[in-house]
Design a protein around this ligand. Structure first.
Ligand code: SAM
Length: 207
């Protein structure tokens, strides 16, 4: 997976590639789908959600230019896989999930596998997780109508935020935001992606 799907498609960040090499994706995938765990595709997880495509996650993590000492927020824990990968790259990971069933699913696996620097929280991640802010980086694993102000506020100066943003809940482009000062941000629009909807106060309404 790392050589053929990530490196071959242009992911060059060594820390990201090494982290993907060490985390067993099959243990985060529900048993009936485990045979597909190393295919470059999203797979179903409980609550009608998905574990994201490995290449897209690797690409997003590389955009964050992570350092070992960083504290990072992930919005959309899902299976806990991306949080586990992140935990091999940075010092501390906070991850927020709106479905309690997925909070339990991810917590159990992360604990069993010994990922002790990951903290799984239940809530609306469009509001971030203020208790542990500021974050050196924020990754949003679901697509919203815009960049939530709460997430921008919880970013440290020089911090980076990557989020899928689009005109409807199933079609987005990656947006990379850099906080350049106390009140200033720089924003770039990148490749098209297709994530599940980001549902919350600063996201889409629950249909
Ligand atoms: N990162 C996950 C993984 O490695 O398995 C995949 C995430 S999945 C593509 C997106 C997740 O975002 C879903 O589990 C969904 O419930 C969650 N989500 C959507 N809106 C949210 C919100 N406002 N706060 C927290 N989680 C949210």
């Amino acid at each position: 997976m790392v050589e053929q799907q990530l490196r071959a498609r242009g992911v060059r960040d060594t820390a990201v590639l090494q982290a993907f090499n060490t985390v067993p994706r099959e243990l985060f995938v529900p048993r009936p789908h485990r045979v597909y765990a190393y295919d470059d595709t999203p797979l179903p997880i409980p609550a009608g959600q998905t574990i994201s495509q490995p290449y897209v996650v690797a690409h997003m993590l590389a955009l964050l230019a992570l350092r070992h000492s960083n504290r990072v927020l992930e919005v959309g824990t899902g299976s806990g896989y991306a949080a586990a990968v992140l935990s091999r790259i940075v010092a501390e990971v906070h991850t927020v999930e709106r479905h309690q069933v997925l909070v339990d699913y991810a917590r159990k696996r992360l604990m069993q596998l010994g990922y002790e620097n990951v903290f799984v929280h239940h809530g609306d991640g469009t509001r971030g997780w203020p208790d542990a802010a500021p974050y050196n980086a924020i990754i949003v694993a679901a697509g919203g109508p815009g960049v939530p102000e709460s997430l921008k506020e919880q970013l440290a100066v020089n911090g980076r935020l990557v989020i899928p943003v689009g005109p409807n809940p199933r079609q987005q482009r990656l947006i990379l935001v850099k906080r350049t000062g106390e009140t200033t941000y720089r924003q770039r629009e990148l490749s098209p992606v297709a994530f599940v909807p980001l549902i919350g106060v600063e996201g889409w309404e629950n249909a």
